[in-house]
Design a protein around this ligand. Structure first.
Ligand SMILES: Cc1ncc(COP(=O)(O)O)c(C=O)c1O
Length: 290
């Protein structure tokens, strides 16, 4: 089945719509998202990584413009058990469309959203003590008999979001003493994953190992560990751990991998993915070249 929507009028993706422009369109222009391609891409990623590696399908930002709800349903039917969104409101929108699979909120949450996170059973990303405290209080109030799973983001060198090494002892102390929180996952994000032999990538991995070791020394052993986006899935198997987070690859794209040493592209076992989105129009006239 194709899911279609018109980018000019920005109408919402409608999984039940048939392909093609509206009948009276004077400027027919539309995109089609192949749910079959999405499912095949998910399976291609799954067969590329170790069988025991879970896939957290990144469907943030309206599934990179492909339509979040339709993509999530298709990916779920291909076996996706985890999704990643940017923000709390995206996670709530997913729940309202009937997607109940585990959903990681990559961009954390604003103070005041902690109850909604728990009520909608989203999995928040944390990187500060204050976030842990907000969740602990909300969980105590809303679900006193359960533990709310969280994933800790470590800043290993991307320098966007995440806990810095100097703050880890205090964060681990907060996680270890929070009775209503389950320290389920630990993760990081590469700054340049499509450059395969950059020392920066190795350093990021090293810092990630150190953060895990520090947690383990304190008796905290988050069972889920993840670092790889699409390019790292393609080119850096040692970053797969037991979960990977593909975005681009699911939609059918793979950035070319290059070597920092030679500046040339490098070959890696191919991720057999194909673009899921086609941009279409109707041809008004064809003219043979004179
Ligand atoms: C934290 C995180 N993980 C994974 C991804 C997926 O990356 P990609 O689309 O390169 O696979 C993103 C996307 O920006 C991200 O921010």
């Amino acid at each position: 089945m194709s899911m279609t929507y018109n980018p000019r009028t920005a109408t919402a993706p409608d999984p039940t719509a048939s392909a093609g422009p509206a009948p009276m369109e004077t400027h027919p222009c539309w995109v089609e998202v192949s749910l079959t391609a999405l499912r095949n891409n998910f399976r291609a990623v799954q067969s590329h990584v170790h069988p025991e590696t879970s896939i957290c399908a990144v469907i943030k930002s309206d599934a990179y413009g492909h339509g979040m709800a339709g993509c999530a349903s298709a990916l779920r039917s291909a076996g996706a058990q985890w999704f990643a969104v940017s923000a709390t409101d995206e996670g709530i929108a997913l729940r309202r469309r009937g997607i109940q699979e585990r959903t990681l909120v990559l961009g954390g949450f604003w103070s005041g959203q902690e109850e909604a996170i728990i009520q909608h059973e989203l999995t928040p990303v944390v990187w500060e003590r204050s976030q842990i405290e907000l969740l602990e209080n909300a969980a105590q109030k809303l679900k006193p008999r359960q533990r709310v799973p969280v994933h800790l983001k470590i800043n290993t060198g991307m320098n966007r979001l995440g806990a810095d090494r100097k703050d880890l002892a205090s964060i681990y102390q907060a996680l270890g003493s929070a009775a209503h929180i389950l320290f389920e996952g630990i993760f990081s994000h590469f700054a340049f994953s499509e450059v395969v032999d950059l020392p920066h990538g190795e350093e990021q991995l090293q810092r990630f190992y150190e953060a895990i070791a520090q947690a383990e020394k304190l008796g905290l052993a988050p069972p889920i560990r993840h670092m790889a986006n699409s390019a790292a899935i393609a080119g850096q198997p040692k970053s797969w751990f037991n979960m990977v987070r593909p975005g681009l690859a699911l939609y059918g794209y793979c950035l070319p991998l290059t070597s920092a040493v030679t500046g040339r592209s490098v070959s890696a076992p191919e991720l057999a993915v194909k673009p899921a989105l086609s941009w279409k129009t109707r041809v008004l006239q064809l003219r043979a070249a004179a």
